[in-house]
Design a protein around this ligand. Structure first.
Ligand code: DAH
Length: 347
């Protein structure tokens, strides 16, 4: 048996090098492993051997089968390469790398999003995710945003038709679904899912019923931040945001907190920054984000004791920061996929 197998392999190896066309190769393969092929016959005859001889014979058959398979692959590759070469002609070497192989680049908004996340990651913040589709409770009520707040106006917000059922978002019967108007509902989702102390940033899309112009887009991107600890105060908030802006814009950046109002923070601020080298915007205070101390009502809505826990939150627009960083004066450039624009951000 073993000799017979060796003979099959040897004959096959000799024959294979002579093959130059695919039909010949297929016929050759069939003569060996087809229904009446010589190797197939050997496989069948193993069953007829005395029981004690079968394991050894089976092993030998398998070895030859493997060797033949390698031979088939190699031969087919050689034939295909020759066929390709015949098609292309002698001037083309298909094994050479392409002369024109443009590498893609990450979108500038992704680059800025990742740069921001990385700055916070260095000081222990982790990345959290929420849902782009929310119920009114997550987007508004749990964030202490009452029914009569302008953000809940039909004119400002993209509500989904009533009667819809979505598997992954929990919603009470009398609530509506909304495309999230900000990333702040990730605060609620994180507070419910995790145990304090907490330190997260949440990048993602937000949606508003906005008319598109140089500074507005109905779909834009934000990064939310949330920090929850035992004794946390405005100094901690300011220190972290100062660090963040210095990392992003350089050590010359100046910052100030300006009193403001958000339903889910108390006190609330706008953070402004000033830089000497921002073109037309040099040496002016520019608003870059909203922030504040987590409102006790937010803690109550997720079952935390506001006497025991304190925290701060902040939220910023990625487009706005990208425009300042790169000196882009129209938000629409980010969405038009014009390669002349995008190629400037090759990293
Ligand atoms: N969600 C606010 C917006 O879209 C931004 C914001 C302000 C987020 C203050 C915060 C915050 O976390 O504390 O306008």
């Amino acid at each position: 048996m073993e000799e017979k197998l060796q003979a099959i392999l040897e004959a096959a190896s000799k024959e294979a090098v002579e093959l130059n066309a695919r039909p010949d190769f297929e016929a050759f393969k069939a003569r060996l492993v087809g229904p009446h092929g010589s190797l197939t016959d050997c496989v069948k005859s193993v069953g007829k051997l005395p029981k004690e001889e079968r394991p050894l014979a089976g092993k030998a058959v398998n070895q030859i089968k493997k060797a033949l398979e390698a031979l088939f692959t190699e031969t087919l590759q050689r034939i295909e390469t020759a066929e390709m070469q015949a098609l292309l002609g002698p001037a083309v070497d298909p094994s050479l790398p392409s002369a024109h192989f443009p590498a893609g680049t990450r979108h500038p908004l992704s680059q800025v999003r990742d740069a921001i996340s990385e700055i916070f990651r260095k000081i222990g913040f982790t990345i959290a995710e929420g849902s782009e589709l929310e119920s009114e409770w997550y987007c508004f009520d749990a964030l202490n945003t009452p029914d009569d707040h302008p953000a809940r106006d039909e004119q400002d917000t993209l509500f989904l038709p009533e009667g819809l059922v979505m598997g992954n978002v929990d919603k009470k019967a009398d609530e509506r679904y909304v495309m999230r108007t900000h990333t702040s509902p990730v605060q609620i989702r994180t507070l419910l899912k995790e145990e304090p102390p907490l330190r997260i940033v949440a990048p993602g899309r937000a949606f508003r019923r906005d008319t598109v112009d140089a500074t507005h887009s109905a779909n834009f991107h934000q990064i939310e931040g949330l920090y929850v600890e035992k004794d946390c105060n405005v100094t901690d908030l300011k220190a972290v945001l100062d660090y963040f802006l210095q990392e992003l814009f350089g050590s010359e950046v100046q910052t100030r907190l300006r009193p403001s109002f958000f339903p889910f923070t108390e006190p609330s601020f706008e953070l402004d920054m000033k830089l000497p080298n921002l073109g037309k915007l040099s040496d002016q205070w520019i608003e870059v984000m909203g922030c504040g101390m987590v409102d006790p009502e937010v803690f109550k809505s997720v079952g935390y004791d506001p006497e025991a826990w304190s925290g701060y939150a902040f939220g910023m627009g990625i487009e706005r920061l990208a425009m300042l960083l790169y000196g882009v004066d129209d938000i629409r450039y980010f969405y038009q996929n014009d390669l002349r624009f995008l190629r400037q951000f090759t990293s």
